[in-house]
Write a protein that binds this ligand. Structure first.
Ligand code: GLP
Length: 246
């Protein structure tokens, strides 16, 4: 069952989720444990990342004990490419925090052997003790990470082909559809479902229909976000526009 939490605006949602993350870090670090976060890109988590930076600067929240795994990366884009997810994460979060560089993990879009990079990624998540809290957005195709339809519930970190709807949606960041890669490396659905908590964020009317499908349709590969219904601790954080079709 997916829980829903309605927020009056993006800022309030960001504050609630950032607080939850800060509390988790505090509780775990008191007993000497690291906190493993699964992180997302796209426009949706930007306010959350700004709020985490604020908590670090103004409330002294430290990220020294945090280990991160990002969901995905475009194939062919390296860390210096302004549209790579590595670049996005450095700019919008990591360089503003005290997180050790060695604790940051993002699939390698330039890997010579993508299959090995993906297998190593799965192993690194396991070695870190699994993901404590996973942040997700949702694409209009029903993708989570870059798990486009069809994506099976037992899919693992792998190379995927991007849906044309996704390429078009993401072309706003590239300025030109031709510049949007056709492939990506993404955590699998099974990888995501193994996270102990999942916080999915969706804002705006453009997400209302896919949020409805994710919550109401029977779980199936044709809408990968429906697999979240099988997770025991998943919450959808929505504004009123994104919750409109529920
Ligand atoms: C991107 C990312 C997803 C993200 C989604 C929604 O393509 N791979 O992780 O959740 O699409 O993006 P946005 O938040 O910009 O709507």
């Amino acid at each position: 069952m997916i829980a829903t939490r309605l927020h009056p605006d993006k800022q309030t949602a960001a504050q609630a989720i950032a607080r939850e993350i800060a509390d988790l870090i505090e509780i775990r670090s008191k007993s000497g444990k690291s906190t493993v976060l699964g992180l997302a890109t796209g426009s949706t988590p930007l306010e959350l990342y700004a709020e985490l930076i604020r908590l670090h600067r103004e409330a002294g929240v430290s990220f020294r004990s945090v280990i991160t795994f990002n969901l995905d990366e475009y194939e062919g884009l390296g860390p210096t490419h302004p549209q790579s997810y590595r670049f996005f994460m450095e700019e919008n979060l990591f360089r503003h925090l005290d997180i050790p560089a060695a604790n940051i993990h993002i699939p390698d879009g330039l890997a010579n052997d993508p299959a090995k990079n993906c297998a190593d990624y799965e192993a690194a998540i396991r070695d870190a003790g699994g993901i404590d809290l996973q942040i997700l957005g949702i694409g209009r195709t029903g993708h989570i990470g870059f798990n486009e339809p069809p994506s099976a519930a037992d899919s693992r970190t792998r190379r995927v082909h991007l849906d044309e709807v996704t390429r078009r949606d993401n072309s706003v960041f590239f300025g030109d559809l031709d510049q949007v890669p056709h492939g990506a490396l993404t955590m699998g659905v099974a990888t995501i479902l193994e996270a102990r908590r999942i916080e999915l964020i969706a804002f705006g009317e453009a997400k209302a229909e896919i949020v409805r499908r994710a919550m109401k349709e029977a779980p199936s590969p044709s809408c990968p976000a429906t697999w979240l219904q099988q997770h025991p601790g998943c919450t959808f954080h929505l504004d009123t526009a994104a919750a409109k079709a529920l």
